[in-house]
Design a protein around this ligand. Structure first.
Ligand code: 3H9
Length: 698
């Protein structure tokens, strides 16, 4: 097998070229190839060594597919030590994204140049790790301990110009990378530079009070994650311990984290996210439809957010409203949102203005005649949506994709009113649509393969994480959420409080407890949704009794200053409200419920196992393609803690037999109607197969 690394002597420059698509990850073969090349360069006529990559990027990290398997020599930290000890200067030439072990490779090199578009970063924290090939020891020695901690705990990459300002990169190369890097190497040769070893540098320690403040800040943001705390300690040691001692500390922490549940969960998510973008029965190279222009019907909060998502990614958008007043209101909200982004310093005024100019409002449906994709985003009413699709069918050009942004409605029933159901699809954005990353792409019975493939690819272009769902009430996310919400509310009326339920789920890692989410979204949303359902589809009436009473008392949540909690009018901070407890107790009595103590374990198990059980039903019915897809939906759309890997990964951690047994106990003790184990759960528990094994076997 040919090596992914080649070496050639070009004049006095020894060029090490890495070619390991797609992202030049540091697999064993790459590590071995670099080791051989460095050894060759020590013996030949070269005066300087240049490390450069083929393809779209410099090395984007260690090969994550090797993690969790027996380690193979040469080990990356040893290889990087060999590079740093090279008797001849080593130059790394960066393009694309030099990340993780790739950036550490550059840090072990003696000099670094980059094209202006390059980015560098240490994203290991997103995999529940700390940089494990010297990053925690070399980066602080260049930037100082504080900036290094910020970079490593955020995991966010920085631009080449910021890297230059921080002393991380020495030279920005104009034009083509290789020509520029070679020219710079010639300059360095002419100047007779020596190897410059970062490990030999020292760095000032942070004052103790500053370090204490950083520890507190990082712990608060980490919300139970271990890696950020380990990063702080390892980086601090760069100032107080020798390089070798620091490396030992880094190694121990890396191995500890790598063997732990959090990193396993985050690595699972990394691959689940990429897997979710693939449709198992549609080839990846399916020809996509060209999408240059987008139309949105409905300028409310959702439509406006969707318009911003497309405009931010460079698409011209036509926003349709029924009348001038509605249009003015819709465009006004968009203006306001861009204004907020600018005032927070996240976008320049010019950039915001440029994006805003891409959105053009209209009250004339005929303006949609030429667009490539239309997304209907009016309120949740099937007849209204069908009416709009009839008009779209008459108006839009052949081949245009007609999408509905619905949370619950039947995409097939919407498609059926058109003459072109194959062009119809659901695109379920999450609010606020310009910010939330999840996009459920709903495949109707007749949706064409190329329409689906186009929408999956388009989602990535606008910075979303797409997951395909088949048609059912609520699709993947909201269908499961009903069960999660049901148990949260039942725990309250059976003996808990909004505080006890929310604090339990927040301690588990949820971004927000379920009842606080009701208040945020507006309690009236669920109320209205229930109103139009027949009684037998509303679910357990005990579950929504308190919510109904609160809505009827005008307590709609944050927007009215009170719901499950009371809200400070200035800060919007939530406070417990004794009035709510009185209502809960009164309604429990009216429903003949004898309130009892419900401990944290019961709260957590009921809420999470109800969610997981429905997830298994969704898999069994083929609504979701894989367990990992559901995990991606819950982490990106519902605030499920990433370091738990998503609900289905969590199910494997707990063990399916334990979940089945607990559900059977709930069925006996709580309510036989609410607790029917999913047939897939029963099958897998009986066979002793985990969900991930089941997914792999299909
Ligand atoms: C590390 O370095 C530890 C060290 O500190 C210490 C070690 C001792 N390995 O994302 P994409 C695959 S930890 C293996 O769709 P994009 C990916 O699965 C690592 N495979 O492309 C996908 O495969 P497929 C620190 C990898 O253009 C394909 O490449 N580094 C790796 O949207 C395309 O990926 C990171 O955490 C990898 N490291 O984004 C960086 N990376 O086509 C992780 C990607 O079969 N990577 N693949 O689905 C990224 O952030 C993005 O992939 C990147 C490109 C920004 C590079």
């Amino acid at each position: 097998m040919t090596s992914p690394v080649s070496y050639s002597l070009e004049g006095r420059i020894g060029v090490i070229r890495i070619d390991n698509p797609p992202v030049n990850a540091l697999s064993q073969a790459v590590r071995a190839g670099i080791e051989d090349a460095i050894a060759t360069a020590q013996r030949d006529e070269s005066g300087i060594v240049l490390l450069i990559c083929e393809g779209r990027t410099f090395v984007a990290g260690a090969d994550i597919t090797e993690f969790g398997k027996p380690p193979m020599e040469p080990f990356l930290p040893d290889l990087l030590d060999t590079i740093e000890q090279s008797a001849k200067p080593v130059v790394a030439a960066l393009h694309g994204t030099a990340l993780g072990g790739g950036f550490e490779l550059a840090l072990a090199s003696h000099y670094r140049c980059a094209v202006a578009s390059a980015k560098v970063g240490l994203p290991e924290v997103k995999l529940g790790l700390l940089p494990g090939a010297g990053g925690t020891q070399r980066l602080p020695r260049i930037t100082g301990v504080g900036p290094a901690i910020r970079m490593m705990t955020s995991g966010a990459p920085i631009s080449a110009s910021d890297a230059l300002a921080a002393g991380i990169v020495d030279e920005i190369v104009d034009g083509e990378l290789e020509a520029g890097a070679v020219a710079w190497c010639e300059e360095l040769l002419a100047a007779d530079v020596e190897p410059r070893r970062t490990s030999e540098r020292s760095v000032d320690a942070l004052p103790e009070n500053e370090l204490t403040a950083i520890r507190a800040q990082v712990a608060k943001r980490a919300r139970g994650q271990m890696a950020p705390m380990e990063i702080v300690e390892a980086a601090a040691a760069a100032a107080t311990a020798s390089f070798d001692e620091g490396m030992k500390l880094e190694r121990e922490a890396f191995m500890r984290l790598m063997g732990g549940e959090q990193s396993a969960a985050l690595r699972h998510l990394f691959f689940a996210e990429r897997e979710a973008a693939k449709i198992s029965d549609i080839p990846r190279d399916t020809e996509k439809r060209g999408i240059q222009t987008v139309g949105i019907v409905g300028g409310g909060t959702m439509g406006g957010g969707i318009a911003m998502s497309f405009a931010n990614a460079g698409f011209p958008v036509t926003l349709i409203e029924v009348n001038d007043e509605g249009l003015e209101r819709g465009l006004g909200i968009i203006d306001k949102n861009y204004g907020i982004t600018v005032s927070k310093g996240k976008l320049s005024e010019e950039a915001a203005a440029e994006r805003r100019r891409r959105i053009v409002g209209s009250t004339d449906f005929a303006d949609l005649a030429g667009v490539d994709l239309v997304i209907e985003a009016v309120f949740e009413n099937l007849e209204l949506k069908q009416d709009i699709f009839r008009r779209l069918d008459e108006t839009c050009k052949p081949g245009a994709i007609l999408a509905t942004n619905t949370s619950y409605q039947d995409v097939d029933a919407i498609a059926s009113v058109t003459e072109r159901p194959a062009d119809v699809i659901g695109l379920h954005f999450f609010s606020p649509a310009n910010i939330m990353k999840l996009l459920e792409v709903v495949r109707g019975d007749q949706t064409a393969a190329d329409v689906l493939a186009t929408c999956m690819a388009l989602a990535k272009k606008i910075g979303k994480v797409p997951v395909m769902s088949r048609v059912c009430y609520g699709f993947i996310g909201n269908r499961m959420l009903q069960y999660y919400g049901r148990e949260a509310q039942l725990c309250v009326i059976e003996g808990g409080t909004p505080e006890s339920v929310d604090s339990t789920m927040e301690a588990f890692g949820m971004a927000m407890g379920p009842l606080a989410v009701f208040d945020l979204a507006g309690m009236d949303v669920g109320y209205k949704a229930r109103e139009i359902l027949p009684d037998d589809q509303k679910g357990d009436p005990r579950a929504y009794r308190v919510a109904d009473v609160l809505v009827e008392a005008g307590r709609l949540g944050q927007k009215t200053g009170a719901g499950m909690y009371r809200y400070d009018p200035d800060t919007r901070r939530r406070e417990s409200d004794p009035e709510v407890l009185t209502i809960i107790e009164r309604e429990a009595e009216a429903l003949d419920i004898e309130r009892r103590t419900i401990d944290e374990k019961e709260i957590r198990d009921r809420i999470l196992f109800a969610l997981i059980n429905e997830g298994l039903n969704i898999l069994d019915e083929g609504i979701a393609q894989r367990p990992g897809d559901i995990d991606v939906v819950y982490v990106y759309g519902y605030g499920f803690p990433a370091h738990r890997g998503g609900p289905m990964h969590y199910a494997d951690v707990v063990g399916l037999p334990v979940i089945l047994e607990t559900i059977q106990t709930f069925k006996e003790k709580l309510s036989s109607d609410n607790w029917t184990p999913s047939p897939l759960l029963e099958r897998l528990a009986e066979q002793g197969i985990s969900l991930s094994e089941w997914a792999r076997s299909r």
